[in-house]
Ligand binder design. Structure first.
Ligand SMILES: C[S@@+](CC[C@H](N)C(=O)[O-])C[C@H]1O[C@@H](n2cnc3c(N)ncnc32)[C@H](O)[C@@H]1O
Length: 176
């Protein structure tokens, strides 16, 4: 079980359902992930799960309040925090030549395709992009046609009351 968030956190409990994140952290262990980029952090629960799986986590968060709570919740873990809009930060990481074993996309839906596009560029060959979750068939179709990746959908039954059931997690593996 990943570590609990601080009980006094001021951020609403919107973090992904624990069972979904545990599945991701198990997958991270299976591929021996040493570096994870997370787009969208909220209270930092997913970052904790990836860090506890042995990865160095880089997180991008647009909301200063969420970023601050997440910073406190990951104290002592190997986590880098970047405050900013993902579409401003991702090109900079690319310019720096950064590559990750896993990119976990869990931010706004409006920019989801652009986040995915950057995620593929920033993922090492045969690394993984996790997309959580999807709210339209169009992005699934687009990703399915993308030659850069081999993609599959992983349905996850969520236990969080604010997440619709079934919760669809798209699991994408780089094809190069
Ligand atoms: C669903 S929550 C993330 C939950 C977290 N991954 C977890 O499971 O613990 C989504 C977060 O994405 C952030 N966010 C939304 N749009 C963003 C953007 N364009 N760039 C960076 N962060 C964004 C929100 O402020 C929010 O904290």
């Amino acid at each position: 079980m990943c570590k609990e968030l601080r009980p006094d956190t001021a951020v609403p409990a919107l973090s992904q359902a624990q069972d979904a994140l545990l599945k991701l952290s198990i997958l991270a262990r299976l591929i021996g992930a040493k570096s994870v980029l997370e787009i969208g952090t909220l209270g930092g629960y997913s970052a904790i799960c990836f860090a506890e799986a042995g990865a160095e986590v880089t997180r991008i968060e647009i909301n200063p309040k969420h970023q601050e709570v997440a910073r406190e919740s990951v104290e002592g873990l190997d986590v880098e925090v970047i405050l900013g809009a993902a579409l401003e930060v991702l090109p900079k990481l690319s310019e720096e030549g950064r590559q990750f074993d896993i990119v976990f996309i869990d931010a706004d839906f409006d920019d989801q395709w652009e986040h995915f596009d950057w995620a593929v560029k920033l993922t090492r060959p045969n690394g993984c992009v996790f997309l959580d979750d999807v709210d339209s068939d169009s992005i699934i179709t687009k990703i399915g046609k993308d030659d850069r990746v081999t993609a599959t959908l992983v349905p996850i039954v969520a236990t969080h009351p604010m997440i619709p059931i079934p919760h669809i997690l798209s699991f994408v593996v780089g094809s190069e």
